[in-house]
Write a protein that binds this ligand. Structure first.
Ligand code: NAD
Length: 479
């Protein structure tokens, strides 16, 4: 992949528009120049998707599923190029990119090929009435995704949208255009019909993202990102009542009961707080620990946080990565400072590491563990999206559930306990779309995924995705 990223429209690269620079989060140096799509380029992409729609929608599901499998195969052939693109944009470790981000991209296409083949049409038969439904694609779908897991999150939407017969215009984050640019090359190389998958690059408000969601030729918007961006998109599409599927922010709670396997709870929480530099919507930012094990858990998690290793992406032992941008690093640091002002005890971290090499120009922050803040402090309420958590003690199960649920968000929660009944009882009481018991971020792609409250609208995953990306028509016949 070259250092110049163009749009991909109607099966060919389009080098139009002003350019902007993407920076390496590891060193702060320039990585690539990217075109910004203006209204005219967005219009070309939507028109290409609309032109390709009838032919693509008319293909049998089995034929579209075959295309999805070819895309997955081709992703595996270009595996290392995708890993390199993802690392250059995000600074994440090669180990994570190879084991999570890129394999999940191939799995997202392959699994929806299988799920679509089994998605039943419904038929209801009474004595003299037959009702049945047929499903049609929504049309042209705008896919808008963030920078934290760029390939994984985009393909999570592209697989079901395409197999359901839609054509798409994707806008990756302005910070992470690389892996979608490689996917565009892959689509062209396998001869995916032109216009079925289009990629435009640019920013959000007042730029490509806004132009795309507002475009009258876009029939639906699927979006992953911040809750307030979801709100802005909802307003932008309100007049045309376009369907939306939103996967938004979180302020996820983890509950550690005194009967938990503490080794597992500590190691699991190291993953759930610090994976991807804490920049995963599912990451835990609020931990509640039952009082008898509070001090031991806090001490052990803080010690493990202090041992995380700031390596370059190519370092297989690296366990901490930089923040995506200087702006995001400053946001995370502002919460570290706010925590101190709000009266937190900083158990580890709280600052910026220094390396004495070119990484001092990068966007690193220290993994941080806080205690002692009031429940309704801003640090405990607002999504930080960095390698940080606050730990508070609790006494009773009811108190723990009430603390976890007292949030505007409701994406994910983790429960650490060895009590079988408690595990079910607590999991069922938590106001979250996803609850993990004695694990974190273990995914079966057939299960519904999404959040409640400010964390989203609707669910994707398995047949839920196919339901969103298609419209049923019910046909009723008097026999
Ligand atoms: P963001 O909302 O700032 O940007 C996401 C995308 O939306 C980008 O491509 C951006 O250019 C675009 N955008 C911004 N404003 C827009 C507008 N007005 N109209 C159209 N498009 C616009 O989010 P981010 O900072 O890239 O990502 C971090 C956020 O994403 C966090 O809040 C995180 O919790 C959330 N997230 C949620 C999930 C989930 O599944 N629930 C997964 C990953 C990330």
């Amino acid at each position: 992949m070259s250092d110049q990223v163009d749009h991909f429209i109607g099966g060919v690269p389009v080098a139009e528009g002003a350019t902007f620079t993407v920076y390496d989060p590891v060193t702060g140096s320039a990585v690539r120049e990217v075109r910004e799509a203006d209204r005219a380029v967005v219009d070309r992409a939507v028109t290409a998707a609309r032109t390709a729609l009838p032919g693509w929608a008319a293909l049998p599901v089995a034929a579209r599923a075959a295309w999805m499998r070819r895309l997955a195969d081709a992703i595996e052939e270009r595996f290392e190029d995708l890993v390199a693109a993802e690392i250059a944009d995000t600074g994440k470790s090669v180990v994570q990119a190879r084991t999570l981000d890129i394999p999940r991209g191939a799995a997202n296409f392959r699994s929806f090929a299988e799920i679509a083949a089994q998605h039943p049409e419904n038929a209801f038969h009474l004595t003299d009435v037959l009702s049945y439904t047929v499903r049609r694609p929504l049309g042209v779908v705008a896919v808008i995704v963030p920078w934290n897991l760029p390939f994984l999150l985009a393909t999570w939407k592209l697989g079901p949208a395409l197999v359901a017969g839609n054509t798409v215009v994707v806008k990756p984050s302005e910070h992470t255009p690389g892996s979608m640019a490689v996917l565009a090359e892959i689509a062209a190389s396998i001869g995916l019909p032109p216009g079925v998958l289009n990629v435009v690059h640019g920013f959000g408000a007042g730029s490509t993202g806004e132009f795309l969601v507002e475009h009258p030729g876009v029939d639906a918007v699927t979006f992953t990102g911040e809750s307030r961006t979801g709100s802005a998109i909802m307003k932008a599409v309100a007049d045309r009542v376009k369907p939306v599927s939103f996967e938004l922010g979180g302020k996820n709670a983890g509950l550690v009961f005194a009967d938990a396997d503490l080794d597992a709870a500590v190691e699991g929480s190291v993953r759930s707080v610090f994976t991807n530099g804490g920049q995963v919507c599912l990451c835990t930012e609020r931990l509640y620990v039952q009082r008898p094990v509070f001090e031991e858990f806090t001490e052990r998690l803080s010690r493990r946080a202090g041992q995380l290793r700031f390596g370059r992406p190519s370092d297989p032992d690296a366990t901490m990565m930089p923040m995506i941008s200087a702006e995001h690093r400053d946001k995370v640091l502002s919460y570290y400072e706010l925590a101190a002002r709000e009266g937190a005890e900083i158990r580890t971290g709280g600052g910026v590491p220094t390396f004495g090499d070119d990484r001092d120009g990068g966007y690193y922050v220290e993994p941080t563990v806080l205690t002692g803040l009031p429940h309704d402090s801003r640090v405990n309420r607002e999504e930080i999206f960095g390698p940080v958590c606050h730990i508070a003690p609790f006494d009773t199960e009811a108190e723990a559930v009430a603390l976890a649920n007292d949030s505007e968000y409701g994406l994910a929660a983790t429960v650490w306990t060895s009590g079988l009944s408690r595990a079910h009882r607590v999991a069922q009481s938590l106001e979250a779309g996803l609850v993990w018991v004695n694990t974190w971020y273990l995914r079966d792609l057939r299960t519904p995924f999404g959040g409640v409250k400010l964390s989203g609208i609707g669910r994707e995953g398995g047949t839920r995705s196919l339901d969103f990306y298609s419209e049923p028509t019910t046909i009723t016949i008097k026999l």
